[in-house]
Structure formats: C-alpha cells, structure tokens
Design a protein around this ligand. Structure first.
Ligand code: GDP
Length: 216
C-alpha cells in the first residue's frame, strides 16, 4: 500500500506543481481499470474517483505520496464516440505532458488483459517511446481469465514491448482481487525513491509476486 492524498488538478502545462522531484503517470483507455488500480494501490475506495468529478475528467490529477513525490492520473483516452476536439485536447495536455515533463520517472500503463494493444494503445506508445523512459504495464481485470490465459497475455505484451525496444515490465493485475499489488508497488517505490524500495532485496521489483502469477 502506498498512502496517497489528492493534491491538485492541472488543466494546462504551465500549472504543473513546481515542487515535484519525482512523479509517475497512470494512463489507459477509458474503462481499462485505471481508477480501480489507483484506489487499490492507495487502499482508498474513492481516491481516484476525484478525477471523475465534473471539470476534472480531462485534466491531470495529482496525488501526493511523499515530499515532492506524486502519482499523476491522466485522462483516459479512446472513448468510442469521442469527438475529435476531445482527442486533440488529450494530446495537447496529456500527450505533451508525457513527452516534456522532466520529473516524470516512468509510466504505468493499464490495459484490460482481455484486449490489450488496441490501435489507440499503440498510438500512445509512439508518444512515450521518444522519452526513453520505462513503462510498467498492468494487464488489468486478470481475475476474468484463467491463470494460463493471463500468462499468455502477459507474454504476448512483453514480446511486443521488447519488439518496440521499450524498457519495462508487464504483469497481470486485479484490483478487485488485489492481485499483483506488491509487484507494482515495488516498481513505484523504486521509481519515486520512496522508503521501502528494495525491501526483500529483490533486484528487479517487476519480477516476482506472491499472488501466484509467476511464470514457472
Ligand atoms: P477507468 O475508466 O480506467 O478508471 O476504469 P475503472 O477503474 O472505473 O473500471 C472500469 C470498470 O472495470 C468498472 O466497472 C470496474 O468495476 C471494473 N474493474 C476495474 N478493475 C477491475 C478488476 O480488477 N476486476 C474486475 N473484474 N473488474 C474491474
């Protein structure tokens, strides 16, 4: 668990918090399970739903997890009937933020394990790739699949990432069953230099999980 509290809502790049030393962005298609993942990580039932309140859905929502340390909830992309203006708004704020924010250490990318890597997802990664920064993929709603199916999905996305030359890891995740939490939490602690990083002496926090999702 990473204690988090709502900090601020940002509607334009010139309003980003000036005190940020390190931050991690959460991104995903609408309905992928991003809010549920943030809530599960922070162990707060409604934390990320603050991003849903009117006037905030298209903004960057900052959650403070330590001094100068933030998780940033980006607007979901890919509403089926989103007007073009909304897509442009997303690019002008979230897209530009992703490529230009110096304090940004890495990206947590949430995709529904049952249909990852849609056309829109791939477009997002063409933006991110230019940063050279790592991505950590949560394949969400893993409780909807058998273990074998989940691991096959993880392998496929992992291979795709490697083919793209993108540094990062891929893991199954379920907010409802609280599966895969330790794994992503270790990545966040390492990226954000939060206390507790490296506990247990794991060399790569993205590998290994007590929830039984490891490959043999
Ligand atoms: P967001 O739009 O990406 O923030 O997605 P939400 O977190 O609001 O989740 C979208 C829908 O998926 C909701 O109906 C959630 O209850 C459901 N959901 C989210 N995470 C999980 C999960 O781990 N397992 C299952 N079965 N459903 C989930």
């Amino acid at each position: 668990m990473i204690p988090a509290s709502f900090h601020t809502t940002v509607a334009s790049l010139d309003r980003l918090p000036a005190d940020s030393l390190a931050e991690v962005a959460f991104v995903g298609r609408s309905n992928a399970g991003k809010s549920s993942a943030l809530n599960a990580l922070a162990n707060r039932r409604r934390l990320a739903f603050v991003s849903r309140t009117p006037g905030r859905t298209q903004h960057l929502n900052y959650f403070r997890v330590g001094p100068g340390r933030y998780l940033v909830d980006l607007p979901g992309y890919g509403f089926a009937r989103a007007p073009l203006t909304q897509q442009r708004t997303w690019q002008a704020l979230a897209g530009d933020y992703l490529v230009s924010r110096a304090a940004l250490r890495g990206l947590v990318w949430i995709m529904d394990i049952r249909h990852p890597l849609t056309e829109l997802d791939r477009q997002l990664i063409t933006w991110w790739r230019q940063t050279g920064k790592p991505v950590h993929v949560l394949l969400s709603k893993a409780d909807k699949l058998s273990r074998g199916q989940a691991l096959a999905a993880v392998r496929a996305v992992r291979e795709w990432l490697a083919g793209q030359g993108l540094p990062g890891e891929v893991q199954p995740f379920s907010a409802t069953r609280r599966m895969g939490l330790e794994q992503v939490e270790a990545v966040l602690r390492a990226w954000l230099d939060l206390p507790g990083a490296g506990i247990g002496g794991k060399k790569n926090p993205a590998q290994g999980d007590k929830a039984g999702w490891n490959e043999p």
